[in-house]
Design a protein around this ligand. Structure first.
Ligand SMILES: [Zn+2]
Length: 333
C-alpha cells in the first residue's frame, strides 16, 4: 500500500504532463492547419510525406504554403486517413505524393485519385528513367528518396507542376529547382565518398524493412555491382511495406545471411518495432554469433522533427560508417 501511496502521485503527475503535451501538440497542429487554410494568395500545397514536403517546400518557395499529411513516426505505407485529413485534401490546390504505391491504403488512394491536381512524383520518375526503378519480387520499390540522384529526377517534374498552376512565377520555381538540384547533387557525391571509407567486405546491411535497396545500390555497392550484384549487400526482416508480421522463416533467413556475410550489426529503424530484431539477435546468439543492435536508429520512411531529407541520409551514412567501419564491435546493446 505504501508503495502505491508513494508512486500514485508521481504516476498521476506523469499522466497529466503526457496529457498536456498531447493536447498542446494537437492544439499546435490545429492552429497550424487553421493558418494553412486561411486565404493569403499563396498556393495551398499538400505533400503526403515529410520527405516529399521537404523538396516541394523548397521549390514552391515564397509562393506556396506547404504542409505534410503523414508526419512524425507514422508509417506512410499503411497510413489511413484520420479526422481532419479529408479537409486537407479539400483545401489543397496542389497535391504531391511519393507514388509507386507507397501511400497504398484504400482511404489514401481514394482521396489521391479523387483530387484534380495531384503529382505522383515516383510514377513520373518511373516513366522518365524506368531502368533505374527497383523491383523486389516483381513489386515496385517506392523508396526512391533513398538515392538522391534518383530523387533529383523529380525536381523538374515538381517545377513543371508549380509552373503550370501558377505560370506568373515560373522563373522563381525554375530558380528554386536549380538550387535544389545543386544541393542534391552535392550531397549525393559526399555520401558516396563518405561510405567508400567502409571496407568493401564490411558493406553488408541488415535492417528492419526493405527501405534501403536504392541506398545500398547507390552508396554501398561498388560500380561493378550496379547491374544486380548489389542485391546481395542487404537483407531486411520485413518486406517493402512493413506490417510487423515476422515469420520464423524470415528470422532463419537473416541468421543464414548474417553467418554467410560475417555481419555483426543489425540496424533498427526509427518508426518500426525492434522486437523482431531482438529475436534475430537471440537466434544468432544461440549459434554463437554476437550481434550488436545500435541504440541509434536508421531512418527509412520518416524524418526526425526538424531534420531535412538530406540530413536524414547523412545521419544514416554516419551511423553505418560508425558501426560497419569498426574493427572491433564493443558497443550497443
Ligand atoms: Zn518503407
Amino acid at each position: 500500500m505504501g508503495f502505491f501511496r508513494k508512486t500514485l502521485p508521481i504516476f498521476l503527475a506523469c499522466l497529466f504532463v503526457a496529457f498536456t503535451l498531447a493536447s498542446c501538440s494537437s492544439a499546435k497542429e490545429q492552429n497550424h492547419l487553421k493558418v494553412w487554410m486561411e486565404k493569403n494568395g499563396k498556393i495551398k500545397v499538400l505533400a503526403t510525406t515529410a520527405i516529399v514536403e521537404d523538396i516541394v517546400k523548397e521549390i514552391g518557395g515564397e509562393y506556396a504554403d506547404t504542409i505534410a499529411l503523414i508526419t512524425g513516426e507514422l508509417n506512410p505505407h499503411s497510413y489511413e486517413l484520420v479526422k481532419g485529413d479529408s479537409e486537407k485534401f479539400l483545401y489543397a490546390d496542389l497535391i504531391f505524393a511519393n507514388g509507386l504505391l507507397l501511400e497504398h491504403s484504400p482511404s489514401m488512394q481514394y482521396q489521391l485519385h479523387k483530387h484534380k491536381n495531384v503529382l505522383f512524383v515516383g510514377d513520373e520518375i518511373l516513366k522518365k528513367v524506368s531502368s533505374r526503378i527497383i523491383y523486389i519480387d516483381k513489386e515496385v520499390d517506392p523508396h526512391i528518396w533513398m538515392d538522391l540522384s534518383l530523387w533529383a529526377e523529380g525536381v523538374d517534374l515538381i517545377v513543371e507542376k508549380f509552373s503550370s498552376y501558377d505560370p506568373i512565377h515560373k522563373s522563381s520555381y525554375l530558380a528554386n529547382g536549380l538550387k535544389v538540384k545543386e544541393r542534391l547533387e552535392e550531397a549525393d557525391l559526399a555520401l558516396q565518398e563518405d561510405l567508400r571509407a567502409i571496407p568493401l567486405e564490411k558493406r553488408y546491411l541488415v535492417t528492419s524493412h526493405d527501405a534501403f535497396n536504392y541506398f545500398v545500390r547507390r552508396y554501398l555497392a561498388p560500380k561493378d555491382e550496379q547491374s544486380g550484384a548489389w542485391r546481395t549487400r542487404l537483407e531486411a526482416l520485413q518486406g517493402l511495406a512493413p506490417d510487423d508480421q515476422i515469420s520464423a522463416l524470415s528470422i532463419q533467413n537473416i541468421v543464414k545471411y548474417v553467418e554467410e556475410h560475417n555481419v555483426h550489426v543489425i540496424f533498427p529503424e526509427a518508426n518500426l518495432s525492434q522486437d523482431s530484431l531482438h529475436k534475430v539477435q537471440e537466434a544468432c546468439q544461440s549459434r554463437g554469433v554476437k550481434i550488436v543492435i545500435p541504440k541509434e536508429t536508421l531512418f527509412g520512411d520518416t524524418l526526425e522533427e526538424g531534420q531535412s531529407h538530406i540530413e536524414m541520409l547523412q545521419h544514416n551514412a554516419h551511423l553505418l560508417e560508425t558501426y560497419l567501419g569498426q574493427e572491433e564491435v564493443s558497443y550497443g546493446r
